[in-house]
Design a binder for this molecule. Sequence first.
Ligand SMILES: [Mg+2]
Length: 301
Amino acid sequence: MLVYADTPARTDPEEMGKVLLERMDRGFRMLKMDVGLSLLWDVPGAVVASEHERTRKPKIRPYTMHPFTGVHITQKGVEHLVDYVARVREMIGYEMPVAADHFGYMDVESAIRLGRALEPFGLEWLEDLIPWQFTEQWRQITDAIAVPTCTGEDIYLAENFKPLLDRQAIRVAHPDPASAGGILETKRIADLAQTYGVPTALHLAATPIATMACVAIGAASETFYALEHHAADVPAWSRLVTGLPDPIIQDGHIAVPEAPGLGFGDIDEEAFTAALDPRDPAFFAETSAWDDESSYDRQWG
Ligand SMILES: [Mg+2]
């Protein structure tokens, strides 16, 4: 099962290139990197935005969707990102599959101009350029650029993928089994997308437990593309469960297990506890504090 390693934004393309090369040295056969507004806010003349948008921190916001921000990338901004991706491609070569994500909250025209400018770099897909709900705007972007478009990590149920598929508005479906409705529903999404000629990649930022659920889905889906992995920099990740190879990901792939269920032995509670984020060291904690608290969950990313 092909895995792609996510890589958060690095301001310096040389640094991004080094991280990607290091991932390639470790055997990863597909990669993803952040390319977008986060690289532009400090570049003079790169972004047209109100003072409110320019100074707002964090840049990820819970309520205002992309088309309502009034944020545009200038030609200088587009050229900056083109130079960035060109430098990364010079370092890692043009044969390695690389997807791009986290473009930021900008308008449709900026997404189209940027997408066109990134065409020479053979990217696997441009992800979540705008919220998934805007089917016709997704179709306009997909029609306008010769780079595959991808969305779906916030979509619940196959029926909510259908408008995007009916309109041929995306080139890659990207459900996350943890939010799409579970293992069977995600398999249904992949089967539905297949009938439209659209492959399914799986979004995931999780432990080996949900990862092995994804392996089951991918193994059962004829048009499975690749599975996301967010823990390339977490050495203990493979040891959170027992009964699987260590590391779980070898040569950029996860072997489909022979064992029943999700295919691993057990949860290693000691390993989990040791790997917890010291800022939030809770393991199966009591959660009633969140019953009346907004978690800033969004229905789009
Ligand atoms: Mg994403």
